[in-house]
Design a protein around this ligand. Sequence first.
Ligand code: DX5
Ligand code: ZN
Length: 218
Amino acid sequence: MSRLLAPSILSADFSRLAEDVAKVEASSGLLHVDVMDGHFVPNITLGPPVVACLKGVTALPLDCHLMIENPDRYLAAFAAAGASYLSVHQEACPHLHRTVQAIRQEGMHPGVALNPATPVETLDVILPDLDFVLVMSVNPGFGGQKFLPLALGKIRALRRAATERGLDLAIEVDGGVARETLPALLEAGADWFVAGSAIFGARDPSLAARSLREMLDA
Ligand code: DX5
Ligand code: ZN
């Protein structure tokens, strides 16, 4: 499993998305796109039209993190807009099995995101159907929050479960990822690293991305 850096455009300049994406492209494996509806989380961001625009300006696979209620209604729209990886929240999906199958049927890689208080065990049954699990290390809704160390035990538990069950599962971590928190996350066994403020909040986003990427490669 190769380690990937996934810059989150939530902390980019929304009036200059293409320019900001170009700054980090060389160091990145995925582009993380945070979709918020003002219901599941207390913030509103963007939807399929912006995803379609991003698709036109980058070759990076788009990793769409849906922090929305009723995601089933929008899966086809995100697929059409060019999403490659799509995660829904466990807490937002009463029929998670159906939702995960629908994501795959739309030609995207399915993932499930877990809020900080949601146990890893809630995914025991669905795990073989997933390409990735997104472990939130902050409460979703905003960039720039403080990393919650409780995510480390969850990442370790997922890594162990995937190994024991022989699953080809990527573990993505999202929230407070920075130079300071990366060593513990690497040790815990994460594969994909979402970073918003640590990259786009830096004076030089391309340098910040490169330096995180170098830590992943070391
Ligand atoms: C938060 C989003 C994150 C956010 C992370 O709800 O899911 O992707 O952009 O921001 P940082 O890296 O600043 O914690
Ligand atoms: Zn996210």
